[in-house]
Design a protein around this ligand. Sequence first.
Ligand code: PAF
Length: 281
Amino acid sequence: MSDPMMIVTSIEELRSARPLLDGPVGFVPTMGFLHAGHLALVRRAREECASVVVSIFVNPTQFGPNEDLDKYPRDLERDIRLLDEAGANLLWTPTPEEMYPPGYQTWVEVEGLTRPLEGAVRPGHFRGVTTVVTKLFNAVQPQKAYFGQKDAQQAAVIRRMTRDLNFPIEIVVCPTVREPDGLAMSSRNTYLNPQERQAAVVLYRALKTAQSAYEAGERDAAVLRRLMSEVIESEPLARLQYVSCADYDSLEELEQVSSKALLSMAVFIGKTRLIDNLVLE
Ligand code: PAF
C-alpha cells in the first residue's frame, strides 16, 4: 500500500514536505470541489511523475466583483477522499491570508493572449490566474503541471507565461472530460437546477454543429460562429455571451479557417455562466 496523502496548509509546511517527495513531481492546481476532470489530471500526473502534488485554493483575485467567489462550491472532506483514492501524495490548501497578506502588491500579467474571449468579458481574471499560478509554481517547484483543455485560453496563457518567465516546468494540457450527454465537467455545473442541467447540453450541441459543418467543408469562420449562435439561441434558458472561431495560437478571430482553430463560447444558463470549446485540427 502507498503512503497516505500528506496535507499541508502553510507555505512553510509545504516547503518542509516538498523535499520528501521523489521526483519528477507533477502538480495539479485546482480550486477544489473536484470532479472527474480534475481526477483525470491527477491520474495523468500519477502516470507520468513519481509524485503528485495538488493544491486547492479558491483564488479571490481571479473573480470579478460581481462573480461567484462567495458561493463557489467547496467540500474539502470529499476532495481529500477523492485525491487520496486517486493517488495524490501531497495536498496543499493555502489560505487567502497567507497568499495575499496585507500590503500585497505584486502581479504577473500576460499581455496579448489575455485580451480576447474570457479576458474581454472578465477584466482582471487572467491577471489573478497568472499571479496565483506563479506563486503556486514557486512554492511547489514541480517538473510538470497539468491543466484542462476546458479552460483553453487559461492553458494558452499559462503556457505563454511559463515560456516567457523561463519556469523549468512542462505544461501538460489534458482533454476535456464530459458527462455522457456531452456537457463539459465543471464545478459550476452544481449551480444548475434540473431543467437548466438539461438545457446546458446546448453548448456542446452548438460546438458539434460547427465542427460537423467544418468537417463537411465549411471554412468561413463567420458561418461557423453563426451556426453556433443559432443553436444557442434556440434554447430558451440560454443567453449567449460570446461565440468565437479563433486561431488556435493567437486566439485572434478568423475570417477563414486554414489552420488549427479554436471554437469557443461563454453562455449563461439561467444565472450560471458556462464555457466550452472544441479544437478544429
Ligand atoms: O483552473 C482553475 O481551477 C484555476 O484557474 C487555477 C488554475 C487553479 C488557478 O486558480
